[in-house]
Design a protein around this ligand. Structure first.
Ligand SMILES: [Mg+2]
Length: 140
């Protein structure tokens, strides 16, 4: 699966052209999707030049390296593009309809392959041992 992810407002809070504060679990979740779900992560941002490098380096310093940056694949150049729209299976962006879900929810939707399923709780399970929260399981 190829995932295109935005930077400002998605991986970090909005502070463009500076780099905002980390959004909790964004980088950890993307690394987990690369490592365990074999996802290809593309950085898809309006940043260019030095500001783009700043974003790429910010992520790299935290262990997140992208499959491609503002391109469908690493070798792609603008003249190779058939469409302005990036060829990705999923887009993660703070401008999503409905806003940016919690990164734990994002992981669950991608990992389960059921992005349109509501996240329901199981009621009537009071007799069972309490389940760990999703984030506790994700990073344990
Ligand atoms: Mg954004």
């Amino acid at each position: 699966m190829t995932i295109a992810v935005d930077f400002d407002g998605t991986i970090v809070t909005h502070a463009y052209p500076a780099i905002g504060k980390p959004i909790p679990f964004a980088i950890e979740t993307l690394k987990k999707l690369q490592r365990e779900d074999m996802c290809q992560i593309i950085l898809y941002t309006c940043r260019e030049g030095q500001l783009l490098e700043d974003a790429v380096n910010y992520c790299k310093e935290r262990g997140l390296e992208f499959y491609a940056v503002n391109a469908a694949f690493p070798e792609e150049t603008p003249d190779m593009r058939i469409s302005r729209k990036l060829d990705a299976d999923v887009f993660i962006d703070d401008h999503n309809l409905g806003g940016l879900p919690d990164w734990g929810v994002i992981y669950q939707m991608i990992h389960s392959g059921q992005p349109l399923q509501p996240h329901v709780q199981n009621f009537g399970d009071e007799q069972k041992a309490p389940r760990k929260s999703f984030l506790e399981r994700l990073f344990s």
